[in-house]
Each structure stands twice: as C-alpha cells, then as structure tokens.
Design a protein around this ligand. Structure first.
Ligand code: NAD
Length: 360
C-alpha cells in the first residue's frame, strides 16, 4: 500500500531555493521504489517572507507546517535584511518556527565520509570511521531559565544572571529521544553533564539512569562535559549517540561537526513532541554564492534522508539517498566547497543530475 506524506518545503533565502530544487527531485525519484507518495507545499519564511508579506514567519506558513508530517527547511538570511529591526529579521522567523512547533530535541550527526577524510583538521587515523549523533535539548536549560538579565546590586554594581534549570519532565522527554535514536544506531548512549559541580546536572543524571531502565538494550555511559570535549578530539570513535543539555550541546555539536571539516555536507533535525519535525542543513544561506549554481546541495539532500529516517520512519528510503550521496562522491564529483585535486567539478544542478543517475 502506498504511504502518503504531506511535506512543507521552506526554501527560504540565498542558496535555499537552489538546494531545495535538487532535494525535491531526489525525493520524487525515490518515492515509487518505496511505495511513497509525497504531497509538497511550498511556503515562504525568512527574508523571502518579509519581502512577500512583511513578516518573517507569516501565520499561513506556520499553519502549513503544523498540518504537515514533516518540514524541510533550506536556509534563511541575507545582506538585505542585516540591518532591519529584530521583528523584520529572517532569524526571527526561524526562532518563531522552532517555538511554534515546540522543537525540543536537536539532532546533529557528525559522520566522516571516507571520500572527504582529508577535509578534517584531525589526523586520518583519529577520524576515520567516526559516526556520531549529538542529541541536544533545545528549549530549556541556561538559555531559558529564570531569573535572567543584568541587574543592579545594592552597591550599584551590575550583575549578569542566567539560571540553569531543568525539570524532571524536560529531562525525561529528551532522554527518551536520546535512547530512541541510540536504538536506531549503535545502541550506545553517552550522557554528558557536569554532575560533579551542578545540582541541575545531578538531577539530569538521576533521570537519565531512571529512563535507561526502559531501554535495556542500550549501553548507557556518563561523561562530564570537560572530559567529553577532550574525548571528542582525542578519540571520537568511542562515541555513538551523545545526549546532552542545551548549553553543552550547543558547544559539543559544533565541535563534533567540525571533525568532518565540510559545512556543505552537514544535515540536522529538530524534533517536537507531537508536531512535525524540521529537517535542515547546518549551513546558512551562503549569500556570497547565491544564484551562481555553486552551492553544494548534499547537506540539504542528507537532511531529507534524516527526515525519512527520524521524522517519517522510512529508513530504507533514507538509506537509498545516503548510498547515492556516497556513490557520487566515490565517482569523484565535487562542488567547489569540497573540491580537491583530480576531482570532477560540478555545480549545484550538476550534482543533482549525477545524484539522480546514482539513484538509478
Ligand atoms: P553560511 O553557512 O551561509 O556561509 C559560510 C560559508 O560557507 C560561506 O563562504 C558560504 O559560501 C559557504 N557555504 C555555506 N553553505 C554552503 C553550501 N551548501 N555549498 C557551498 N558553500 C557553502 O554562514 P554565514 O555566511 O555566516 O551566514 C550567511 C547568512 O546565513 C546570514 O544571513 C546568516 O544569518 C544566515 N544563517 C542562516 C542559518 C539557517 O538558516 N539555519 C544558519 C546560519 C546562518
């Protein structure tokens, strides 16, 4: 039986429409093989939405996303809106989307592709085979805890305050995502905290241990964040899935991503409780190369694969896309950002064409 999915496309700004076009072609190409039917709707966000409606996240856009099974986002932003007031900035649309869909879990894979191993700043033997997923809590912790602000003390001295707070419920729901993701991967979960110093981390650790009882086939370990940072650059292959809070995850996910060395290759996913997830590349709208057919569409294409695997539970379709990406890299095709000597230069559209051929 054909499984039907409603997908909201948010091409956004800069290179967004170019990389989205390639990705939609790929999704259409794989659909029949897996008995899938996609119903796409395309709506504006970011600068494109400001130009069209005066609002970086028009209510119609958020409504469309809420009615979908998954949201595929490219990127937002550009020079044109850099000096606009906060409410008229593309980034405001992105933050509104995240809160509007209650996206509390951020998934950032860092996978070393053998074809691009020399793009890493670390030694080949250290990074070869690295395949890490960082699961970061996105809507709690020190970025949102109260009280926060800059206050004046009795002596007139200013004092900056942020509060790192997590409730049991917040920890439990992100821990469950972490365990679920680990189940779909190597069944190893490393929870990162600072329980030797922070009470909030002690509660984090206690809850993660409690939740682990529901996932007896996942091997759970714990690291303090300072040690985790060291281990990531010393011996990254020891990690499979990392579970951590908002602040530690912000830093560790960027560090893990940079093990791979190539921003045009990195996808991400943000998941909510009962609303659709948002799947997007880690990179921005690259206004410096927009409209020149120079963009690497592979992070966007791999974001669609994440959408299939983690948003729609269609792992076979995801695998077909990931294999095609590996195949075109094996064949030597490279966009400018990942070019190296003796490889075949292609533009964004050209990469799309060879991908379609690789899909068969
Ligand atoms: P960027 O990621 O857009 O670009 C950084 C560099 O990487 C540029 O030289 C760019 O050409 C290159 N690059 C990025 N993606 C590429 C790709 N797919 N193929 C080839 N080269 C690629 O970051 P930036 O320059 O700091 O920001 C540009 C705009 O993007 C800003 O307006 C920023 O606010 C926005 N931004 C948006 C998001 C998002 O939509 N989630 C994330 C980061 C930045």
């Amino acid at each position: 039986m054909v499984r039907e999915y409603r997908i909201t496309l948010l091409p956004g700004d800069g290179i967004g429409p170019e990389i989205m076009a390639v990705t939609v072609q790929v999704l259409k190409a794989i659909a029949p093989t897996h008995d899938l039917q996609f119903h796409f709707s395309e709506v504006p966000i970011g600068g494109a939405a400001i130009d069209a409606t005066g609002n970086p996240l028009p209510p119609e856009t958020l409504d469309d996303c809420r009615q979908s099974d998954a949201v595929l986002l490219a990127a937002i932003g550009g020079y044109k809106w850099d000096n606009s007031p906060r409410s008229q900035r593309p980034e405001t649309g992105l933050l509104g989307l995240r809160s509007g869909l209650e996206l509390f879990a951020n998934l950032r894979p860092a996978t070393i592709l053998p074809q691009l191993i020399d793009a890493s700043s670390l030694k080949r033997e250290v990074v070869e085979g690295v395949d890490i997923m960082v699961v970061r809590e996105l809507t709690g912790g020190v970025y949102f805890g109260q009280p926060k602000g800059i206050f004046e003390t009795e002596t007139g001295e200013k004092r900056g305050v942020n509060t790192m707070a997590y409730s049991e419920g917040e920890i439990d729901r992100i821990a469950k995502v972490g365990f679920e993701i680990a189940c779909k991967r190597g069944k190893k979960l490393c929870s990162v905290d600072k329980a030797n110093v922070l009470d909030v981390s002690q509660l984090w650790r206690d809850r993660v241990v409690q939740i682990s009882a529901e996932y007896s086939d996942v091997e759970l370990s714990h690291l303090y964040v300072d040690n985790a940072a060291m281990q990531l650059v010393r011996a990254p292959k020891q990690f499979d899935t990392i579970l951590t809070g908002n602040l530690f995850g912000d830093i560790l996910s960027d560090a893990a991503a940079m093990l791979t060395g190539s921003i045009g290759m990195l996808p991400s996913a943000s998941l909510g409780a009962d609303k659709p997830g948002v799947f997007e590349p880690v990179h921005g709208s690259a206004p410096d190369i927009a409209g020149q057919d120079k963009a690497n569409p592979l992070a966007q294409v791999l974001s669609a694969a994440m959408m299939l695997r983690y948003g729609l539970d269609e792992p076979e379709a995801a695998t077909q896309i990931e294999k095609a990406v590996m195949a075109v890299l094996d064949q030597g095709y490279r966009t400018g950002d990942i070019m190296s000597p003796n490889m075949k230069a292609v533009g964004c559209q050209g990469m799309g064409e060879v991908l379609l051929k690789a899909l068969g």
